[in-house]
Ligand binder design. Structure first.
Ligand code: PLP
Length: 386
């Protein structure tokens, strides 16, 4: 296999590399357990079930979840969001969302609208933030759900879910939060934030393998399953089981990937989310300081003092984002993501549609010297004649 020696600054897509323990856990589980969890009384199946159980328990501890059986494993945050929306929203329901959503949220909501739901899109400001007051103003007597991202994958803006959750709980409105960019790298307590449905990937801030994700479903909420099938329980019944998590976990699970996720969550828990956030914010600050002096560069959400995660976007006068991404990759060995980042509405909100931006997203395995190399490269590109 060829080894690619690039500085990777696209951790908002998926974190890379993973901690060594994650690679080992996937390999070990596939070799030494490698069977379906909960599908037999034999030792391997029981051990596989224990791995899956421990992952749920550790996630519950990390995120302030009381009952780990209400964590449903999915293949991605996208699948988790789809389960939440398709499982809860019916024609005639009203849903409030924001203009900063990733297509993982925006498309299922648009699809719900085409089946008779009504969606209100709350306009975020030019840095990507919405306020509790804006969300409150959009609520109606028939509002069923507020569905929104915690952190934008374009500007890194972190929305005040801790203020919005209690308001919605007091009104009996479901609160669906997309934690794709915050889970693992920003402090989250699902119980005190009053989040009813929390969707997250396992492969970003939790450092698990691609193909992992989960949805937390608060007590008292029954979602219609996205898929029906074998669960290893209640097998004589044609009806899908009512109990969680089996109700939403039909089919053989990817136990090696979940074992990798377990190792990733252990890694995050050991480092501590506060210290991960502080480390990543130092990298972001270094980056923002370093590029603010470069001729013709605009950095989005750089001036705001509101909460952020380590995701930022920039544009450069007279240079399109695709060219900058190409030069960074081929001349300077730095991988970033350019374009619309599956979030066209967010780019409309910050004024960068349809060209998009250059997105930079450092994570735990990046260093100050990676950031300095990027700053140097951006400076050099800005002074190139086109
Ligand atoms: C804000 C946001 N939501 C959802 C997703 C989708 O995550 P996944 O790739 O796990 O489906 C992403 C991925 O980039 C994201 O940034």
């Amino acid at each position: 296999m060829s080894s690619i020696n690039q500085i990777y600054l696209d951790n908002a897509a998926t974190t890379y590399p993973k901690p060594e323990e994650v690679y080992k856990a996937v390999d070990l589980t596939l070799r030494s357990i490698g069977v379906a969890p909960g599908r037999g009384g034999h030792a391997r199946s029981m051990e596989a079930a224990r791995v899956v159980f421990r992952t749920r328990e550790l996630l519950a501890d990390l995120l302030g979840i009381g009952d780990s059986s209400r964590i449903i494993f999915t293949h991605s945050a996208t699948e988790a969001i789809n389960l939440a929306i398709k499982g809860a929203i019916k024609p005639g329901d009203h849903v409030v969302t924001t203009t900063m959503e990733h297509n993982s949220m925006a498309r299922p909501l648009h699809n719900a609208a085409s089946s008779g739901a009504e969606i209100t899109w709350v306009q975020a400001d030019a840095d990507g933030y919405v306020t509790r007051a804006q969300i409150e103003a959009a609520l109606r007597p028939e509002t069923k759900m507020v569905a929104m991202t915690h952190c934008s994958n374009v500007t890194g803006s972190v929305n005040p879910v801790e203020e919005i959750g209690p308001l919605l709980r007091s009104r009996g409105i479901l609160f669906l939060v997309d934690g794709a960019q915050s889970c693992g790298c920003y402090p989250i307590d699902i119980s005190t934030m009053c989040i009813d449905l929390f969707a997250a990937p396992g492969h970003k801030g939790l450092y698990g393998p691609p193909g992992t994700g989960f949805l937390y479903v608060a007590p008292g909420i029954d979602l219609h399953p996205l898929i029906h099938g074998g669960t290893g329980s209640g097998s004589s019944e044609l009806n899908q089981p009512q109990t969680l998590p089996e109700r939403h976990e039909s089919g053989t699970m990817n136990t090696p990937a979940i074992a990798g996720l377990l190792a990733g969550v252990e890694f995050v828990a050991q480092r501590g989310i506060d210290s991960i956030h502080a480390y990543e914010m130092d990298l972001l600050e270094r980056l923002e300081k370093g590029i603010c002096g470069i001729q013709g560069v605009t950095v989005y959400n750089a001036a705001s003092k509101k909460p952020k995660c380590a995701v930022t976007s920039l544009t450069m006068e007279k240079k399109d984002s695709a060219t900058i991404g190409f030069l960074l990759e081929h001349e300077y060995g730095i991988s970033v993501r350019v374009g619309l980042h599956c979030a066209p509405l967010a780019h409309k909100t910050i004024g960068t549609y349809p060209e998009g931006t250059v997105r930079i997203s450092p994570a735990l395995f990046n260093t100050a010297s990676d950031i300095d190399r990027l700053i140097f490269a951006l400076g050099a590109i800005s002074s190139m004649h086109t």
